[in-house]
Design a protein around this ligand. Structure first.
Ligand code: NAP
Ligand code: GDD
Length: 337
């Protein structure tokens, strides 16, 4: 049975990846952070009590800022594959916490690479890179596009990208970076723009404050993207890949599509709060995923419309509602306004 170590298992991607690996027969070890209350909501449905028989998912405390624990986990678990998904992943927050973001997202990867090197184990590493590293590079972006990062988050991820490449060349490691464009889903963190919008649609009456509506993103579904992560570690040779859908929309278009699902006009509900503008913005991310398509055979299965609908249905279900009930409520609101 292959063994995988997943950092960031409590996050959006970590939870989908853990499901995928378990379905493929892996023993999965996840790294979680100690918190004052439970932070495992996204993986509770696959959690197994370690006292049970035949346990395939095990959780360990750890933090990317704590190198000795990372080294200990790698030594004792001896995984065949490591997926480093742990990160302070919010671009806007990285402007407020640049030092911590650099520590967790940049230096954290050095700690991981050094732990692998010093343990001498034969393992494969997937590093979660990002299309944010392209920053202001002209679209569409592929593996040969320049990196022009526009945030402390992107700069930290770019540092990690170069380190992974350097360790691959210097120590002959199977270590790769997936340069993934935005991917979302019902488990998306509530402060990313797509989820912020679909939650607002579900709650309807509150309206919503957003920042830059003109930003263009290549939004896919996280369930499709974790497949690409796994495929990258199954190749004969270690190689970096761009992963994205190749289809783009503005934030405005996402909001319009989401409000339209329940029959509302987004312009009546979306307001601008300039404090959500970033000091430097990444205006246009558009993937050219040719290499992933040709060499990994990867293709997204979810469409943009599927994604918007699934996210709204999920946020409505949390309130005990469905699309028909929400549409009826919206029609009532239109009548009284
Ligand atoms: P996410 O939902 O924010 O999850 C991040 C995970 O990292 C969580 O499990 C979090 O733990 C953990 N974490 C944060 N800081 C940590 C630290 N210092 N030590 C250990 N764990 C830490 O992010 P995601 O959307 O799943 O993204 C996964 C990875 O892909 C991230 O590295 C992100 O930067 C990258 N990425 C994401 C996208 C995207 O569109 N989703 C695109 C490109 C790249 P808690 O649950 O305790 O907070
Ligand atoms: N979060 C947020 N909140 N973004 C807003 C808002 C708002 O109220 N209003 C407009 N936006 C714009 C942002 O300025 C940005 O241009 C776009 O919406 C998307 O923002 P996010 O959803 O926060 O995602 P991101 O593109 O900055 O970063 C995500 O994708 C990266 C890959 O390209 C994150 O998942 C990163 O971790 C990931 O690397």
């Amino acid at each position: 049975m292959p063994t995988a170590l997943v950092t960031g298992i409590t996050g959006q991607d970590g939870s989908y990846l853990a499901e995928l690996l378990l379905s493929k027969g892996y023993e999965v070890h996840g790294v979680i952070r100690r918190a004052s209350s439970f932070n495992t909501g996204r993986i509770d449905h696959i959690y197994q009590d370690p006292h049970e028989q035949d346990v395939h998912l095990r959780l360990h405390y750890g933090d990317m800022t704590d190198g000795s624990q990372i080294a200990r986990l790698i030594r004792t678990i001896n995984p065949d594959e490591i997926y480093n998904l742990a990160a302070q992943s919010h671009v806007a927050v990285s402007f407020q916490q640049p030092e911590y973001t650099g520590d967790a997202d940049g230096l954290g990867v050095v700690r991981l690479l050094e732990a692998i090197r010093e343990s001498g184990i034969d393992t494969r590493l997937y590093q979660a890179g990002t299309s944010e590293m392209f920053g202001s590079a002209p679209p569409p972006q592929n593996e040969d596009s320049p990196f022009l990062p526009r945030s402390p988050y992107a700069a930290a991820k770019l540092y990690a990208y170069h380190l992974v490449r350097n360790y691959r060349e210097a120590y002959d490691m199977f270590a790769v970076t997936g340069i993934l464009f935005n991917h979302e889903g019902p488990r998306r963190g509530e402060t990313f723009v797509t989820r912020k919008i679909t939650r607002a649609v579900a709650h309807i009456v509150a309206g919503i404050y957003l920042g830059n509506l003109d930003a263009i993103r290549d939004w896919g579904h996280a369930e499709d993207f974790v497949q690409a992560m796994w495929l990258m570690l199954q190749q004969d040779e270690p190689r970096d890949f761009v992963v994205g859908t190749g289809e783009t929309h503005t934030v405005r278009e996402f909001a319009a599509a989401a409000f339209d699902r329940v029959g509302l006009n987004w312009e009546d509900w979306v307001h601008i709060d300039p404090s959500y503008y970033r000091p430097t913005e990444v205006e246009h991310l558009h993937a050219d995923p040719t290499r992933a398509r040709e060499e990994l055979g990867w293709r997204p299965e979810h469409t943009f419309d599927d994604l918007v609908t699934e996210m709204i249905e999920h946020d409505l279900s949390l309130l005990g509602l469905d699309l028909d009930m929400a549409s009826a409520r919206a029609a009532e609101l239109r009548r009284v306004s």
